[in-house]
Design a protein around this ligand. Structure first.
Ligand code: AHR
Length: 552
């Protein structure tokens, strides 16, 4: 039997000793060289859409039930059934948008199961019940449908984000997308579905703007060819009324680097005329960094590494795998431009993050749950910096996933809750939202790491900058596991009046937060020296930093 993940992809140990970083002055002077960050005020790249600071919540194991939804009668503090600690934390990170209900789950979901009185909603077998390893624990195998459209929209309202609903293309007819939009957006009293919404306590329309049309349609979302999917895309999206709300459809895009999908999709879309492009808002791109085998295998299970037990080589390999998203963005963008010259369609990286083998779950049995470490924080900072550097291309991005799954910002079980290092990165980077991205040059000596006896280079410092009036936000990661980096910061076209810095790091690269030790990795303030209108900052080893500069 084909394992589910192999099907989804359709192609697609280390010692465990803690590696404690070396802060010796020798290590510093050997590797620091002359490092410089130069921010070019007169080279704006475009506005950073808040939507690239988006999240992903799939009905998968502990994400919805336990993670988000605890129920109104729960002893866990909640707001209308939604975990209060999560709401409180999310408000701090300005979550622009949240994608729901999947993922692969979306193409098995009937939205009607999740509306109406909760006690009458049907129980269904969850898409993830028996697939992937390990299979779902009994309590997550069946879907009680207690958290449906109303509860999700309520969650979005509580945290201040926009809903992004992913519609089922594999197993529901096109009419159901139309009806779901009608349920969400038709004016009070206008239709039977609007009445159903009102009866649930939501008289005013939800005004849902973002709609995904299937998910990974090359795999779990229907196993289509790009051409077949493009035909379906046209059919599902043609003449769907928004009921006064502009609708923005997101098409299912490629698996990582698969450029054939992109070309095939757009070729077929424009077969009916160039104007068809106008009906696409976003083109989804999914990229998971999972292969830490150092080129030894492409096997989905064999290639994965451990979330907690790793060596410096695995640290660099993970970052290297994750950074491939940048060439994917530029590569797909170039192909999209052949069909869409003025680039109406933006890329939606609506699933990204590292994916490790099972074993680090804080809640035993939770599928795809892993415990993020400092490595994942650096990975996440690096990835958000990539998006910030391509504001004209990336319109949406969603970290996979929000809670209790993969690159979680939060981990929760019953009344326990913690913010992961990834959650802290989102809090730091929220300051970029809506800013003008500026071209920024990072000059730093390369790092060399040992890859099976071969000295392998990795860049020494990268980041992004954005301008907000007279305030400039610079974020950067120092990926060096053992050496800090002293860097001169120059803003071309302005003087720095004052500055403050926040740094996320730890003395052990494996550091992570748990329900017991919730502060093992937490942001801290660090001094930045300002002289002669410029700055000098020491980026600690293995760190993510945010520097806020006041300019004149
Ligand atoms: O995030 C977990 C799964 O990964 C999603 O359901 C799917 O879209 C992707 O393959």
């Amino acid at each position: 039997m084909i394992r589910r993940r192999e099907f989804l992809r359709a192609s697609a140990a280390v010692s465990g000793l803690a590696f404690v970083r070396n802060f010796s002055p020798l290590a510093f002077s050997q590797s620091s060289g002359r490092a410089r960050v130069e921010i070019l005020l007169d080279e704006p790249l475009g506005n950073i859409s808040p939507n690239i600071y988006g999240h992903f919540t799939e009905n998968l194991s502990g994400v919805i039930y336990d993670g988000i939804w605890v129920g109104e009668d729960s002893k866990v503090p909640n707001v209308s059934g939604i975990r209060k600690a999560l709401v409180d934390e999310m408000r701090k990170i300005k979550p622009a948008l949240v994608r729901f209900p999947g993922g692969c789950f979306a193409d098995s979901y009937d939205w009607r199961d999740g509306v109406g009185p909760r006690e009458k909603r049907p129980r269904r077998t969850n898409f993830w019940a028996f697939g992937d390893s390990p299979p779902a624990p009994a309590n997550h195998r069946y879907d009680p449908n207690l958290f449906g459209t109303n509860e999700f929209v309520q969650f979005c309202r509580l945290i201040g984000g926009q809903p992004y609903l992913a519609a089922n293309v594999r197993s529901l007819p096109a009419e159901e997308l139309y009806r779901w939009v009608e349920y969400c957006n038709s004016p009070a009293g206008s239709t039977t579905l609007a009445d159903e919404r009102s009866a649930a306590g939501f008289k005013d329309p939800f005004n849902v703007r973002y709609w995904g049309v299937g998910n990974e349609s090359w795999g779990c979302g229907g196993n289509f060819t790009a051409q077949e999917y493009a035909v379906e895309y046209r059919r599902y999206t043609t003449w769907v009324p928004g009921f006064g709300q502009e609708l923005s459809f997101i098409a299912s895009g490629p698996d990582g680097d698969n450029r054939e999908w992109t070309r095939g999709f757009f070729e077929e879309i424009v077969r009916k005329g160039k104007q068809q492009i106008r009906g696409i808002h976003g083109f989804a791109l999914h990229h998971y960094a999972w292969n830490l085998s150092r080129g030894k295998t492409e096997d989905w299970d064999q290639g994965k590494g451990d979330a907690l037990k790793f060596e410096p080589v695995d640290w660099y390999e993970l970052l290297h795998e994750g950074e491939r998203v940048e060439s994917m963005i530029t590569g797909h963008w170039q192909i999209m431009g052949e069909f869409d010259k003025d680039h109406h369609v933006k890329i939606a990286v609506d699933e990204w993050g590292p994916w490790y083998r099972p074993g680090s779950e804080l809640t035993p049995g939770d599928q795809l749950e892993q415990t993020p470490t400092l490595r994942d924080a650096v990975f996440s900072g690096m990835t958000l910096d990539v998006f910030n550097r391509h504001p004209e291309k990336v319109g949406i991005a969603c970290c996979a996933q929000l809670i209790n799954c993969l690159n979680s910002l939060y981990l929760a079980h019953e009344d326990r809750f913690c913010v992961t290092p990834v959650g802290h990165v989102f809090a730091m980077y929220a300051a970029h939202q809506g800013g003008q991205s500026l071209r920024t040059e990072f000059t730093a000596p390369e790092i060399q790491y040992d890859r099976d006896g071969k000295s392998t280079p990795f860049w020494g410092l990268k980041g992004s900058a954005s301008l907000h009036g007279k305030e400039l936000v610079l974020t950067a990661v120092n990926p060096n596991v053992s050496a800090p980096l002293e860097v001169q910061i120059v803003v071309q076209g302005a003087r720095i009046n004052s500055a403050d810095a926040t740094v996320l790091t730890a003395s052990d690269i494996h550091a992570h937060n748990t329900f017991v030790d919730r502060q093992a990795v937490a942001p801290a303030s660090q001094k930045i020296e300002i002289t002669d209108g410029g700055g000098v900052f020491r980026f600690p080893a293995a760190s993510v930093s945010k520097i806020t500069l006041q300019l004149s």
